[in-house]
Design a protein around this ligand. Structure first.
Ligand code: FAD
Length: 117
C-alpha cells in the first residue's frame, strides 16, 4: 500500500505512460494470440498495479469496460476512455482522445519498418 501521495502520483504518471505506449504500439491487425496477450496483460496490469486502492478500482473499471483488442485504434481509444474515467473520479481534466495517437508516439515505428516488422 502506497500511502504517500507524491509516490502514488509518480507511479501513476509512469504507469499511464507505459499503458498508453503499449496500446499505441499494439498491431493494427492483431492475431488472435496478440489479442489474447493484450487482454491478459491488461488484466494482470490491473491486478498487480502496486497501489492497492488503485488496483481495486481499476479492476472494477476493466470488468465494466472490457479492453478493446480488435486493433491499435480501438485499443488506444479504449485506453484513453478508461484513463478519463479515472481522471473524472479524481477530479482531473478530461483528455481529448482525438489527440491520443499523436501524444504517444514512441519513435520506434521507423526502426521496426527497417526490420520488416
Ligand atoms: P496522469 O493522470 O498521471 O496523466 C499523465 C499524463 O497523461 C497527463 O499529463 C496527460 O498528458 C496524459 N493523459 C491524461 N489523461 C489521459 C487520457 N485519458 N488518455 C491519454 N493520456 C492522458 N490515483 C489515485 O489517487 N487513486 C486511484 O485510485 C488511482 N488509480 C489509478 C489507476 C491506474 C491504473 C493508474 C495508472 C493510476 C492511478 N492513479 C490513482 C494515479 C492517477 O491516475 C494519476 O496518475 C496521478 O494522480 C498523477 O496525475 P497527473 O495529473 O500527473 O496525470
Amino acid at each position: 500500500h502506497l500511502g504517500n501521495e507524491t509516490l502514488k502520483a509518480e507511479l501513476g504518471r509512469a504507469g499511464w505512460k507505459l499503458f498508453h505506449m503499449t496500446l499505441a504500439r499494439f498491431p493494427e491487425s492483431p492475431s488472435l494470440d496478440e489479442r489474447t496477450a493484450l487482454a491478459q496483460y491488461l488484466a494482470l496490469f490491473a491486478r498487480l498495479y502496486p497501489c492497492g486502492e488503485c488496483a481495486e478500482h481499476f479492476q472494477k473499471l476493466l470488468a465494466q469496460y472490457p479492453p478493446q483488442t480488435s486493433g491499435r485504434v480501438a485499443a488506444s481509444q479504449w485506453g484513453c476512455f478508461v484513463h478519463n474515467l479515472v481522471n473524472e473520479r479524481l477530479g482531473k481534466e478530461v483528455f481529448d482522445c482525438m489527440t491520443v495517437g499523436e501524444a504517444y508516439k514512441c519513435g520506434c515505428a521507423e526502426e521496426d519498418e527497417k526490420k520488416g516488422k
